[in-house]
Design a protein. Sequence first.
Length: 317
Amino acid sequence: MNTAILSQAATQARGLAMDAVHACNSGHLGLPLGCAEIGAVLFGGGGLRYFPDAPKWLNRDRFILSAGHGSMFLYSWLHLSGYALPLDELKRFRQLGSHTPGHPESFETVGVEATTGPLGQGVGNAVGYALSAERAAAKFNTAEHTIFDQHIFALLGDGCLQEGVAKEAIAFAGHVGLDNLVLIYDSNDVTLDAMADRTQGEDAEGYFRSQQWDAVTIDGHDFAANSAAISKAKADKNGRPKLMCKTRLDDFAEGEEIVVKPLKAFPVIRDLVTDVKTNYKMAKKIPAFTPREGAQWKWQQEDIDRVQEFRKCIEWF
């Protein structure tokens, strides 16, 4: 794993998100800023198995952004990893007729697996995807040929865990043992209204363990920790869904400022963006969209060969 390249990619993803939100004076920055290293490992460090040239490849891993308000996280990584989402579309974020709506829509943007927005809904989507993947594997896999062995990932935030639809889906996934499901919890101690401890105090790791899940708390900004946790989650076929990790926003601004103020007073974003770009040695011009770079930094030939093999089989189904 080339952490230098992944770090550069994470910085570019943050820059794209900040520029897009600032350009339209609308959007949410917390998740794209706090989860950039997670995105780099998923889309560039081997966490996800996917192929932009065959976005509907049946055995791809699925990534669902349950916290759909952080949509620029997903759009940035789809763009950087080679999907058909050009820079001009990121510049049109939240504009009428663009392919980058405020919340991800599966029918609008290549690479978006599920339309999300209502908090917690994406958790339910992910559980449904995981169940259908297990059923497909049971029906089509044989002792000689593994046709389906994909994993389902979903990124959620504090708001998702406050919703009943998420809790019901989590309980079901643990009960039926969907061990192809991995939830990534953007637990950054901040909500839109205030710091999280003003409204919630649940032991998330303890809760998931009580629902028959494996759960681990890691530093979501550590490339090696992210990679190791994802690899272990995918390798453990133990009948238990998986949960990870922990992120923070204090590297970028005080929590109260980054979450509460920007949506109520967008001029604050200019100062915030300038400070973050200074810290990460990015161009200070606003907006200063990062030029698209090739996606060769993540592809291994064996992955490409396997995808090409499966593409030949797509028409069978």
